[in-house]
Design a protein around this ligand. Structure first.
Ligand code: IVH
Length: 678
């Protein structure tokens, strides 16, 4: 194919992919299968690889992610990023309506919308292409998160021209703002994965969206499946006269705009909208925390103007968090797989938001102390943005007259399961039971994690079977699983096991020996090493010995491994018992080496040390690092006198640049690097 032909094909594929993307993520009406879509995307990426100069910044391939943002640059907003005045009652709304009517003459039309509970974002478009995405920040300037935002499928990268059925088409230059959020389903899935990796879970979808938007690796952001609904348009080139029209137009340009937007003429109609959504919000796939009421006419908006912080033509009405009072009957303590202790409030069952609540998390010792919550107290339980209900306070009036001193809650000092004295790290909120080799819920939890689907995938060894085999002392750690075949006869004698299920069990265990290294690494259950990190470690360091021997510095040179994670990995492998465990697992034939055949391609870079910094167009950072290592070079995280080269992309860290200049380290770009290995 000539370059001209490739260009045409890329343009055609890009256009089609964006169309399908729109149908799937905005209209929820896909017209091709996921497989066909993936194949088209694959074709586009392959074509772009042959001519990297043809990759346009708004190509659908950017949605897959891969580029890394080291630092989010501050950007000044073109229009101040205002917030809304809040209201909590009908009286507040009456006051708002009176202020509006005093401010402008004539009939007033209001628009009622949902108040999405996520992270605000401003998207700038020029000539129909997304050019920049900026967070709210302090209202005057925010962070440039464009690379990450491009992975959000419901945000168009390129608007179809002139417009999707609209009259006027989109302005040459405009900004549209909206809310990025995480649907409940994705939120729950991510928290499950974090729990499995021993990482703290996100309190609510809003925190999870905010955290995701600030991740450095956009490929990870792509996996989190964020969504975005737009709620206001800013442009100097207006051809619509009202807010309602602007949203209708934006919808035609290809943006996702809520279907639940209504025009209201009176306070009563506004109340109706509020009451309806207060009741029905549970049915939405995402969180809202209220509704927003806006004056529709732009002319009237102009007359009303702004205060320092918010427009006078809009107000938000916040729903009350659902709350109930009940008795705290007992505080119990749960021990997790990693030994983390979670205090749990056991409550007299109470109705709250459509479910019966019997338990609520008390999180940690500090929270208990702050609330001064005691058994027997009447407590307030709330179901806010959090999925697990929480205790927000104590009804002290109900405590009066009782003997206070004797009942003050004393946090446990020893593990409720094994009696070991608990420890608490300096900056840790939680207490831990350090007896990981002798504390039953930790041992069983580790085994459950080890056999789980994404780890060794031994589905014949689920939690009930593990419980039973552990109680009977057949398995005391994960390595014992591979000796179970020696107990075949005894196993068959266990009630409910029988010949068939024993042979199933043993076959499942045998099969797991083929599970690839990255999953074995994840299965070990090293604190903070989730699925993705295990993959990265396996790909970059290739085998268990290299990982065991890696220094903290070498580990932090790997993308997304921070100091705390590196420490946790070192700590795991410093334990004699873990080393013995791995030796045993090796002996049983588990995979402890990456399969890839392209281990060392050449020795061209032997003896050279590289630092990789910035964002690249041809390579992802991981690929670049892999290419260095595959050609015999070494990758480190910090610039020093020993550094041979810095491979620098766009937005290279300024500290690194300064240091490199001072030490006289050579800086090369990705093209120069490519030449080196060719
Ligand atoms: S309009 C000048 N509409 O609530 C207009 N905001 O405290 C300002 N929000 O920062 C915003 N849903 O992040 C508007 N339908 C909606 C909204 C909405 C959620 C957020 C937004 C804003 C905050 C206001």
């Amino acid at each position: 194919m000539t370059k001209e032909e490739t260009k045409k094909k890329i343009e055609k594929l890009s256009k089609e992919l964006e169309e399908h993307n729109y149908k799937y993520y905005v209209l929820a009406q896909p017209s091709i299968s996921d497989y066909e879509f993936d194949m088209m995307m694959k074709e586009l990426i392959e074509l772009e690889k042959t001519h990297p100069d043809l990759i346009s910044p708004d190509s659908p391939s950017q949605r897959v992610g891969g580029a890394v943002t080291k630092e989010f640059l501050a950007v000044k907003h073109d229009y101040p990023f205002l917030s809304l005045d809040n209201s909590y009652s009908r009286e507040d709304l009456e006051d708002f309506d009176a202020r509006v009517r005093k401010g402008v003459a004539g009939n007033i039309e209001y628009i009622c919308e949902l108040k999405y509970d996520g992270v605000a974002i401003g998207l700038k478009y020029e000539h129909g292409s997304l050019v920049q995405a900026v967070t709210r920040g302090d209202g005057e300037q925010g962070d440039d998160v464009t690379t990450n935002v491009k992975t959000i499928r419901s945000i168009p990268l390129r608007l179809s021209s002139p417009s999707k059925g609209g009259k006027g088409g989109f302005p040459d230059k405009f900004e549209i703002r909206g809310e990025i959020f995480m649907p409940h389903k994705i939120f729950e899935q991510i928290n499950k994965e974090r729990e499995e990796a021993g990482d703290p879970s996100f309190a609510n979808p809003r925190n999870s969206s905010a955290g995701t938007l600030k991740m450095q690796d956009s490929a990870e952001v792509a996996k989190r499946k964020l969504d975005c609904i737009m709620y206001v348009v800013y442009t100097k080139d207006l051809h619509f006269k009202s807010h309602y029209e602007s949203l209708k137009e934006a919808k035609n340009w290809g943006f996702k705009v809520s279907d639940y937007i209504v025009k209201c003429k009176s306070l009563n109609e506004i109340y109706e909208f509020i009451d309806y959504w207060d009741e029905h919000r549970k049915k939405l796939a995402f969180d809202i925390d209220g509704v927003v009421i806006k004056v529709n006419s732009y002319d009237q908006q102009k007359v009303l103007g702004f205060t320092a912080k918010s427009p006078r033509w809009a107000i938000s009405y916040k729903f009350k968090a659902e709350s109930a009072a009940t008795i705290l009957e007992e505080i119990t303590y749960q021990v997790g797989r990693t030994g983390a202790i979670t205090p749990v409030a056991n409550l007299k069952p109470v109705h709250l938001g459509g479910t019966t609540v019997k338990r609520a998390s008390l999180h940690n010792a500090d929270i208990i102390e702050k609330l001064d919550v005691r058994v027997g107290d009447t407590v307030f339980v709330e179901k806010g943005g959090e999925i697990i209900p929480k205790i927000t306070g104590v009804d002290l009036k109900k405590r009066a007259g009782l003997d206070l001193k004797s009942r003050q809650t004393k946090y446990i000092t020893h593990c409720p399961e094994c009696g070991t004295e608990l420890v608490r790290g300096e900056e840790e909120a939680k207490h831990y039971c350090p007896n990981e080799w002798g504390c039953p819920p930790q041992i069983k939890g580790n085994m459950e994690h080890f056999t789980s689907r994404k780890a060794m995938n031994i589905d014949s060894l689920g939690s009930e079977t593990i419980d039973m085999l552990y109680e009977k002392w057949f398995i005391k750690n994960i390595a014992d699983i591979y000796e179970l075949h020696k107990h075949k006869k005894e196993l068959q004698e266990i009630e409910r096991m029988g010949e068939k299920s024993v042979s199933n069990l043993l076959a499942g265990i045998e099969e797991s020996k083929q599970v690839p290294f990255e999953r074995v690494l994840y299965a070990l259950g090293i604190r903070h090493v989730g699925e993705t990190l295990a993959k990265k470690l396996a790909r970059q360091l290739r085998n268990i010995d290299a990982i065991m021997e890696a220094t903290e510095e070498q580990l932090t040179a790997t993308n997304d491994i921070g100091g705390q994670v590196a420490k946790s990995i070192k700590e795991y492998f410093s334990q004699k018992r873990n080393k013995e465990l791995i030796e045993r697992l090796k002996k049983y034939g588990l995979q402890f080496e990456s399969e890839s055949t392209e281990l060392i391609k050449s020795t061209t870079l032997n003896g050279l040390t590289f630092v990789v910094s910035g964002v690249f167009t041809k390579f992802s950072r991981d690929d670049l690092k892999a290419a260095i290592e595959q050609n015999g070079g070494k990758v480190v995280g910090t610039v020093s006198g020993k550094t041979s080269y810095i491979v620098a992309g766009e937005n290279m860290g300024p500290e690194k640049l300064k240091k490199a200049e001072k030490l006289g380290v050579k800086i090369i770009n990705e093209d120069e690097f490519e030449k080196m290995i060719k």
